[in-house]
Design a protein around this ligand. Structure first.
Ligand code: UGA
Length: 460
């Protein structure tokens, strides 16, 4: 039985966000149509599997399709006819001057407008520049069929806070759901779509984990998304700056982070020092928010500092290798991890890319292993190994860049026996340093009382 008060949902765009929204909305009881215009991706989704790795997603897709509640199409008319709430989940890659590129959003808005023959609520989940709700409204209005009134639809902003690798759980068990819009009926309709999650009344719901519903105006909702990501990114850059200070004063940043995190005002989450943030969101969103500030004549001091510190981490890691291996030219370096974080095959803005490029430019021989990523478009010549132990054969240095569980617990005695050198650089502070040292290896973390990298040189 469909969820009360909502007569069908459609989800436009079946990427990392849209596929999760579609599969999970079907899982909580809605009739859902997902729209995907790329035929190859569409065929995969129709067969019940995603074209990217996201834990738990394929099982939800299959269950949804088998139950008859979930389907995928490339036909906007069909999707619009079968839904009254439309989630807009197309991608917004980085565009010019720091602002996101809204080409896909514009195209999707036009297709939605042309296929609108009855009342709909359009929900923006794509991360769009603040104020986009108004622009989206006029874009849709401009293509509505002649016999349809302008007020046939309403736009509500509903930012997403899904993390890749745990997106299914984040969607089903969120801490808050943010809805922004001035049309109360439309906001209530979207809230009704989320009712099973708000009440945790779906099979598998956790009654004591009910999320908070925040309702506000559209610009505020859009700003909440940027502020959330910018704060998290800044928190990481903050602890990374502390990590560098720790190296100078012989302190261990992991212990510092643990102790300051016990203060609930600070909290221990997002205080893992290391090689910094990557991924498709933090870099793009911090830059977009900074661009918004600049467009209004404001200097985004903290946002700019967070970005600089993050770039500096990648640089710092290369400097550590330079310092120990002297010269880097001809050194054999084994990179453990290529994805921008564990449990995903996504390498967008992954620290591994910048670091592998910098090492290769300096004449090092770089190889890599990642449990899921076997090649990266930006690094067509990068050789990958089939397992971490083969990778470290004859290596002068081993560098951890993604803290996959299977990499945290390496047998370091075995690793030491295979290496030519003895340097282990823990770019995620995820190894047990004493186990590394017991194997006779030289442990170098990021801010763990180790030798500081030589002074800054912002060459790249
Ligand atoms: C991030 C946000 O966490 C989500 O809430 C948001 O919805 C999403 O962006 C988005 O805007 O779509 P995501 O990029 O998937 O999610 O990944 P995170 O888990 O936030 O990690 C981002 C990066 O920060 C990773 O490279 C990770 O290794 C790094 N990180 C994270 C640290 O270096 N230290 C930490 O303590 C935590």
């Amino acid at each position: 039985m469909a969820v009360q008060g909502v007569n069908g949902i459609s989800v436009i765009g079946s990427g990392y966000v849209g596929t999760v929204v579609a599969a999970c909305m079907a899982a909580v009881g809605h009739d859902v149509v997902g729209v995907e215009i790329n035929q190859e991706k569409l065929a995969k989704l129709q067969s019940g599997s995603s074209y990217f790795y996201e834990p738990g997603l394929d099982a939800r897709l299959r269950a949804g399709i088998e139950s008859g509640r979930l389907s995928f199409t490339d036909d906007f008319e069909e999707a619009m006819a079968k839904s009254e709430v439309v989630f807009l989940c197309v991608d917004t890659p980085p565009g010019e001057n720091g602002h996101p590129d809204v080409t896909s959003v514009t195209a999707a808005a036009k297709s939605i407008g042309k296929a609108m023959h009855s009342p709909h609520v359009i929900v923006t989940k794509s991360t769009v520049p603040v104020g986009s709700g108004n622009w989206l409204t006029s874009t849709i209005e401009s293509v509505l069929p002649d016999d349809v009134d302008l007020d046939v639809f309403s736009v509500v902003s509903n930012p997403e806070f899904l993390r890749e690798g745990s997106a299914v759980n984040d969607f089903l068990y969120p801490e808050r759901i943010v809805l922004g819009g001035d049309d109360l009926d439309a906001v209530n309709k979207v809230a009704a779509s989320y009712r099973p999650i708000l009440d945790q009344s779906f099979p598998g719901g956790t009654i004591d984990a009910k999320p908070t519903l925040v309702t506000t105006d559209r610009s505020t909702a859009e700003t909440i998304k940027y502020a959330a990501n910018a704060f998290l990114a800044t928190k990481i850059s903050f602890i990374n700056e502390i990590a560098e200070i720790c190296e100078w004063v012989d302190a261990d940043v992991n212990e510092v982070a643990h102790a300051i995190g016990l203060d609930s005002r600070i909290s221990a989450k997002f205080l893992n020092a290391g090689v910094g943030w990557g991924g498709s969101c933090f870099g793009k969103d911090v830059e977009a928010l900074a661009a918004t500030a600049r467009a209004h004549g404001q200097e985004p001091l903290i946002l700019e500092a967070a970005q600089r510190v993050n770039q500096h981490q990648r640089h710092r890691l290369v400097r550590k290798l330079q310092q120990h291996l002297r010269p880097l030219r001809g050194s054999r370096i084994a990179l453990l991890g290529l994805a921008f974080k564990p449990n995903t095959d996504d390498t967008r803005d992954a620290p591994a890319i910048t670091i592998a490029q910098a090492l290769t430019e300096r004449g090092a021989i770089v190889r890599a292993y990642d449990p899921l990523v076997k090649q990266i478009p930006e690094l067509p010549n990068l050789q990958t190994a089939t397992d971490p132990y083969t990778l470290v054969e004859q290596a002068d240095a081993v560098v951890l860049l993604t803290e996959w569980d299977e990499l945290r617990d390496l047998d370091f005695i075995d690793v030491a026996g295979r290496m030519r050198g003895n340097l282990v650089v823990d770019g995620r502070n995820a190894f047990d340093a004493s186990r590394v040292r017991e194997a006779g290896l030289l442990y170098e973390g990021m801010g763990r009382g180790s030798v500081p990298a030589p002074p800054r040189d912002e060459v790249w």
